[in-house]
Design a protein around this ligand. Structure first.
Ligand code: PRX
Length: 660
């Protein structure tokens, strides 16, 4: 079987895929989630969620499970009070598990640290005291811009403990991306490190913060963890973590906050250039993060070793490294570095070292492992693994089967989990002890969740039919809005199917003949690169901010490894000079995008073209550009304002000078 080159072909695969893998009897017998869970949720949804909320410690119990009277702004567990950090840390110490390892932290250079729940409680308490001493209190915003070091997790939990909101910004984003996010939510404090290890070498991180903070007047202080010992410039806003935090008392009494108290903002890409600050609150979010982590990954806190390979800069790191797992008293691995440092077996070496039993990663990484070869995982003892997970984009059946055979020993269930930054927690996924899994399908909504595939009119399509994925019931961990932009919240998610009151996820999907759901990728102008959402507009804005570029159009083209690769079409300015389309100039453009947004947004390819295909109303027809980018015959051009444009583009490309 050959590897699918991406979405186009994945669709063909989906159509012919008919293999199913039932759970073994042993697995089913010991599973946390039994078939009755579906029945229970169906019988009384609110009672079901109330029961799940009992997984947590509430200082004050709620009086109402759901208030949807002010839709689309939900309130869950109304009147309840809890402290999220207490639920993730202190209560496990109080129940006698202070000596259990919470985090086996593995640094990229090979250093490691085992952090028990007792130690986690002391570290989080010290950090909370330190933040309070810097004037951080309930509802203040704190930007966290850090690599995967333990202090990043301490910092998130310290914010939660104080009722402050964290806004974690991925450490691979540029200074400019950091600045706009700090500015949008007026962060008072930034927490960062001097540098970060990247592929075996220390790389500076703080200079980006210095640049961002210089243009962000809301920032009062910058708290700096020493990680790489890199020499850094120092300003009067800067404070060393080891000087301030280490000097604090390790006692801190957590305060209970309202169930709807804001917990964090996380920025994600939308169809415009401006990132959306997705707002999540406390009680409902933690309930669903905890419930899904327990049932989808079948976590047994006394015996499992769990590892989610995401970065805390993305929602997966929030819900499935920090909040879900820690609320369930996990023992987990957190790894700082890249999967091929110092060698391509690093992940499997870590699985073997800690006896990892649950492993959760992204299809892009699985496809990378496939490229590196099955002989690499074969060198390690992976027999401890018993559940595998996938998230971030559709997983093509070949990758799914490879994952099961070469990582899962041909026996582990694979849970393909569909969800979004906005949904806060997993929505669609097989339950590993109940559902017979199908390679490439996320299958069915979890108990308590309502999801459907509908047509343009919002009518559910029959089995075998395709359309749009919608969520037709409010859910506990749903976003509570976009920071500072109520209208955009309503427009983006609730206007498409306003009549029906459905949440529009922006994904295409279909049902197979059994009624299982298959995700088919985004239907809007959002690309999915290595499981990360990047908007076409954002990359276009970055390109046109370069002095040589007059106009730009960006599309996501199928990519064998990253799912989609970014392909840009640019029109150069008249005065740009004869070298402006040369290899050097194209490289400069790619670097410019990396500087504006971050290396993750660097176009795979930039093509210089004389014109862009536009409709009569001036909208760029990305569909046609996608055809070009994917080397297909160009589709229907009848709606183009000038139908000869595509010939011009093709002619320009054949001249060969425009590719990177
Ligand atoms: O298109 C879907 C895809 O990722 C989008 C959400 O991206 P983000 O908010 O960055 O969160 C990623 C991690 C939860 C979705 O709209 N997506 C996510 N998981 C899957 C998926 N597509 C297919 N199958 C999945 N399992």
């Amino acid at each position: 079987m050959t590897q699918s080159p991406g979405q186009g072909q994945a669709l063909d695969n989906l159509l012919t895929e008919s293999r199913t893998f039932p759970p073994s009897d042993e697995f089913a017998a010991q599973a946390n989630a039994k078939p009755e869970l579906y029945e229970e949720a169906k019988a009384d949804r609110e009672a079901f969620w109330a029961k799940q909320a009992e997984r947590l410690h509430w200082d004050t119990k709620w009086t109402q499970v759901l208030d949807w009277s002010n839709a689309p702004f939900a309130k869950w567990f109304v009147g309840g009070k809890l402290n999220v950090a207490y639920n993730c840390v202190d209560r496990h110490v109080e129940s006698g598990h202070g000596d259990q390892v919470a985090i086996h932290w593995e640094g990229e250079p090979g250093d490691s640290r085992a952090i028990t729940y007792g130690e986690l409680q002391r570290e989080v308490s010290k950090a909370a005291n330190a933040l309070a001493s810097l004037g951080i209190g309930a509802e203040d915003r704190v930007a966290i811009y850090m690599p995967m070091v333990p202090e990043a997790i301490f910092a998130m939990l310290a914010c939660a403990r104080l009722g402050a909101m964290h806004s974690v910004v991925f450490g691979g984003f540029s200074a400019e991306a950091l600045r706009t996010r700090i500015e949008d939510s007026s962060c008072k404090l930034v927490i960062t490190t001097d540098g970060q290890y990247r592929r075996g070498n220390p790389a500076p991180l703080k200079p980006a913060v210095d640049e961002a903070v210089a243009g962000a007047p809301s920032v009062e202080k910058v708290l700096v963890v020493k990680r790489t010992n890199t020499e850094v410039a120092w300003t009067d806003k800067d404070v060393w973590w080891h000087e301030l935090v280490d000097a604090q008392s390790d006692q801190h009494t957590p305060e209970a906050f309202d169930s709807e108290h804001p917990l964090f903002i996380l920025y994600t890409s939308g169809t415009t250039g401006k990132p959306k600050g997705i707002l999540h609150t406390s009680g409902g979010y933690l309930t669903q993060a905890s419930y899904t982590h327990h049932n989808v990954f079948d976590l047994k806190p006394d015996t499992d070793v769990y590892w989610c390979t995401a970065d805390i800069g993305w929602v997966t790191g929030h819900s499935y490294i920090v909040y879900g797992p820690l609320s369930n008293r996990v023992t987990q691995v957190v790894y700082e570095g890249t999967p091929n440092t110092p060698h391509e077996g690093r992940h499997w070496e870590i699985v073997q070292k800690y006896g990892v039993s649950i492993y959760y990663t992204a299809p892009t990484l699985i496809r990378t492992f496939m490229k590196w070869g099955a002989d690499i995982p074969a060198k390690y003892d992976l027999s401890s693994l018993r559940v595998l997970g996938s998230v971030g984009e559709p997983i093509n059946p070949e990758a799914w089967i490879w994952y099961r055979e070469n990582v899962g020993g041909g026996k582990t269930p694979i849970v393909d989990t569909w969800w979004q930054t906005e949904t806060g927690a997993i929505m669609i996924s097989p339950l590993p002890g109940v559902v017979s899994t199908k390679p490439g399908s996320a299958q069915r909504p979890l108990p308590g969740i309502g999801a459907k595939v509908v047509n343009d009119e919002g009518v559910e399509v029959p089995h075998g039919g395709g359309g749009y994925l919608v969520l037709d019931e409010p859910w506990p961990s749903m976003l509570r809005g976009i920071w500072g932009d109520e209208e955009r919240y309503r427009d983006t998610y609730w206007s498409r199917f306003a009549e029906q009151g459905f949440y529009f996820a922006g994904d295409g999907a279909k049902y197979d003949d059994d009624g299982d759901i298959w995700l088919l990728g985004r239907v809007d102008d959002v690309m999915n690169v290595s499981g990360h959402r990047i908007s076409t507009t954002e990359v276009e804005s970055a390109l046109v901010s370069h002095p040589t570029v007059a106009e730009a159009a960006v599309v996501g083209a199928s990519d064998a490894t990253t799912g989609q690769g970014i392909v840009a079409f640019v029109i150069l300015r008249g005065g740009a000079g004869s070298d402006a389309g040369g290899a050097e100039a194209i490289k400069a453009l790619r670097d410019h995008v990396a500087k504006e947004i971050g290396p993750i947004a660097k176009p795979r390819q930039i093509m210089v073209v004389p014109e862009l295909p536009k409709t009569r109303s001036g909208k760029i027809m990305r569909r046609l550009l996608r055809d070009v980018a994917e080397n297909r015959a160009v589709g229907d051009v009848t709606t183009l304002a000038d139908s000869s444009v595509m010939d011009l583009i093709s002619a320009g490309l054949q001249s060969g000078k425009s590719e990177d």
